[in-house]
Design a protein around this ligand. Structure first.
Ligand code: EPZ
Length: 416
């Protein structure tokens, strides 16, 4: 497996354009099976997860092809709703296809998606919502068989504001006659982007970004050319790269309003941040100050996908910090690797107590998950000496050519 070799100690300085958001593109790719015609996603990122989703769409009869930086999906060609077991187990995003395939074909079969390094990733909220909509679901040998021939609009309350469940219900209801409502819906910006995409195809979705979403089903959706939103987590990750190395960075194609909780913490740590309509500028102090305490929550709270990156920053700041991971049950996997780099971290259950140290030193570490891998790269940028981060294919799932971007910003990093 590929790795990154990083020589730490260089300041991150320069300008970077933020890529389109992975977590907006994945549900939008799933929703592309709803219209009878092609859709084109402009400036689509070339990510591992995007390629996996293309593989599943292909199995369902929907070819897709690159047209420069745009991806064309032939969603109208959807011919069957059986998702292959090996693929749907391997790719968690396959769960996003349950709603739209049911919405289009009223039948869907997929394997129970596996858990991953950050938690069990149950789908009970997805399934109970679909059952509320009249879908009959049977489980045979790890396969979910969904019969939606009697599907109907419904009022759904989510016990927890699950991002994926909210997106699945929107996509299942987009072509369903009547009015479906979701209360206690997730409020992530990617859900507003999915709403914009479906409405651009002729759908009627309202309320995304608030806890109450209303979907008026329509009889058909037409194709569209659509530019998904910029990646707020990639934005936060590259801000942290400048912050941890005492550097400065300008990010274009950014949307500051998507990551106010992150900007708030970085300012508390001593970073000077200027915000424009589509630009962010951060200048870091020589050494960061502790943010004291941080708790991850559903949006607009602090995003769990930025927790690992803040853990890395806490390792080298002045003072002690506490991080509580309230969204996933196992998202401190990299604490061990960071300690091997000289960090002082104590994890008890869903909380981590970090005592900042002057300097980390290089070590041989490995990514366990996408965001944890990115956080290890951040730590390596600030560490003295050389670090080898293994299993960077996990990083490639959500960050396009990270090593090239960081090299252009002054880092000494190479893919090996
Ligand atoms: C989305 O995952 C993101 N993935 C995750 O990003 C992100 O961490 C997460 O939302 C939270 O913001 C994509 O958008 C592709 P959830 P999702 O359903 O939809 C529990 C990354 O690094 N839950 O909001 O799976 C679940 O176990 C990834 O880009 C249930 O209990 O997140 C978790 O504890 C990682 N039952 C919590 O809710 C369910 O049926 C949040 O899950 C569904 C979820």
């Amino acid at each position: 497996m590929a790795g990154f070799r990083i020589c730490g100690g260089e300041k991150i300085e320069g300008t970077l354009r933020v890529d389109t958001a992975k977590n907006a593109v994945l549900p939008i790719l799933a929703a592309s099976v709803l219209p009878q015609e092609d859709t084109v996603l402009t400036d689509c990122p070339r990510l591992g997860d995007v390629e996996c989703m293309r593989g599943i769409l292909r199995m369902l009869g929907c070819e897709s092809c690159w047209e420069g930086d745009a991806l064309r999906i032939c969603g109208g060609a959807l011919s069957q709703g059986e998702m292959p077991e090996e693929l749907s187990k391997r790719v968690r995003s396959s769960i996003f296809l349950l709603g739209p395939v049911l919405g289009r074909l009223r039948m869907a079969t997929m394997a129970y998606p596996g858990g991953c390094e950050i938690g069990l990733r149950p789908i009970d909220l997805h399934l109970s919502a679909l059952k509320r909509m009249g879908v009959r679901i049977s489980e045979e040998g790890g396969m979910l068989r969904c019969d939606g021939r009697d599907m109907h609009a419904a009022d759904i309350h989510l016990d927890y504001p699950s991002v994926g469940a909210t997106e699945n219900i929107i996509m299942a209801a987009a072509l369903l006659p009547g009015r479906t409502t979701i209360s206690n819906a997730a409020r992530e910006p990617e859900i507003e982007d999915l709403q914009r995409y479906i409405n651009a195809m002729g759908g009627h979705v309202q309320g995304a970004g608030s806890p109450l979403i209303v979907i008026e089903g329509v009889s058909r959706l037409h194709g569209v050319t659509y530019q998904p939103m910029p990646d707020r987590i990639a934005t936060g990750t590259y801000l942290c790269a400048a912050a941890i190395t005492g550097g400065q960075i300008e990010l274009t194609n950014a949307r500051p309003r998507d990551l106010t909780a992150v900007l708030d913490k970085l300012r508390a740590m001593g970073c000077v941040i200027a915000e424009g309509e589509q630009v962010l500028y951060l200048s870091a102090p020589e050494r960061l100050q502790s943010f004291d305490a941080l708790q991850t929550q559903p949006h607009p709270g602090f995003p769990t996908d930025m927790q690992s990156q803040m853990l890395a920053l806490a390792c080298v700041c002045r003072g002690a910090s506490v991080i509580e991971e309230k969204v996933f049950e196992n998202r401190f996997a990299i604490a061990g690797d960071l300690c091997r780099m000289g960090a002082n971290i104590r994890v008890t259950g869903r909380a981590a107590l970090i005592q900042g140290v002057e300097r980390l030193h290089g070590a041989h570490v490995a990514a366990h998950d996408l965001r944890g891998g990115a956080a290890l790269v951040l730590a390596a940028l600030a560490a003295s000496g050389e670090t080898l981060v293994e299993d960077v294919h996990l990083i490639d799932r959500g960050y396009e050519r990270m090593e090239e971007k960081l090299t252009a910003l002054g880092a000494k990093i190479a893919r090996v």
